[in-house]
Design a protein around this ligand. Sequence first.
Ligand code: UDP
Length: 441
Amino acid sequence: MVKKVCIITSSRADFSKMEPIYLGLLSQHDNYEPHLVVSGTHLLTEGGSTWKEIQEKYDIAAKVITVVSGDSYESMAESVALGISKFTSIFTAIKPDYVVVHGDRFDALSVAIASSLLHICTVHVEGGELSGTIDGSLRHAITKLSHVHFVCNKRARSRLMQMGEDPDTVMITGCPSYDRYATLDSSEEAIKAACAKWNVEPKKFVLITHHPDTVNPENTVKEFKSILDFVREVPERVLFFYPNIDPGNKSIISMLQKHREGHLHLYRDKVSVLSHVPFDEFALLLQVTSCIAGNSSCVVREACFFGTPAILVGNRQEGRDMGKNVRFYNAPNERKLVNVYSEIKGVKFQPQMMYGAGNAVRHMLDFLSRHEFPSSRKSFNDDARTMKCYLSPRTQSTDGKSETPRSYPLHASAAITGSVDTELSRSGADPLFQLSKLGTH
Ligand code: UDP
């Protein structure tokens, strides 16, 4: 039976991952009927109206406006509420067998809430990673609402194990955006054309992309000030991207505007402020920039794939796996950003495939074809070692006889029965006493 799949993309940040999955599903049209649903910042002018770029290439099944305007936590929370309502209608109309959602954004949370409440098998891409902001909590919440997990590396998988996900539903596939980069036409001509279009020369320009830090808004301002100093001091040409729409963006956009008014000549001769460069061109520029700076995910994820020198500013990507190509800069700092830049600009680092090997989609399709996943009930996979002191191997049943708790998977129960007895008899501790001390029953 052909399975319907809704692929949700809500911003350019996830599209580089969703596009290869969509194409992979399309290529297996005997098995899958993919529906591309475009929402979130794709549909906003300030987000670069990126839906147009998608529409030029693909059929869009639905465009869903989910962003409540405003530069605040409230508008973010309200966007989640609006998204739940809109995605519920979309999924009810399309009736997909799977919903594929990516990452850690508030848009993705509303997708996962709607699809899991509708008992649709929810496939989460890139769970188990750490984000330095509220996005980290959202990512883990989406994990708990999802039924299948495609993760980038062992560390991410191990975090999902800590969160009680069933190992049989987790697959290390790598990042699907690497599939796209691995097949991108990166010929000299393609790079030359992209450089000509954006009026830059290879190794003689800087990319800057910096977004608000939603946890520490005061840091955003300090970081942006260092970045504006850098823009003034760096001798090379600069392609400077507008921040995303997260709370705090208004204050940094107004800093940028003031800076521009105070240094008109700079912005005329050296600096271009851009909303969006098309996906493939951006990837080509990233390969030949002398450095990318800021706190965008591509500073850590994509730059390492190409071995591009990168400066990560601030904590927005805190906890992420990073390559040797990345220097960390915490603003304000006695050292100037431009000094860090002069140490690494133009250095050719070895590409590091820490988020995948460029064959993620093949693994995903293979995994989906081999398994049936429940879309309603999820089991919680207790970690036997962590749980052993809380679980008596002989839990009292109502008739006074002992029984092994039935809800634990066999291997966990076996470990509990095996080790708790020995440990307890050695320490003389009473597990029930420990339970009551913790206030648990
Ligand atoms: N990107 C793009 N064109 C641009 C800027 C970014 O195609 O002009 C893509 C790029 O593939 C990158 C992703 O958008 O991986 C990152 O997006 P962004 O910095 O907006 O968000 P983040 O992932 O940091 O939330």
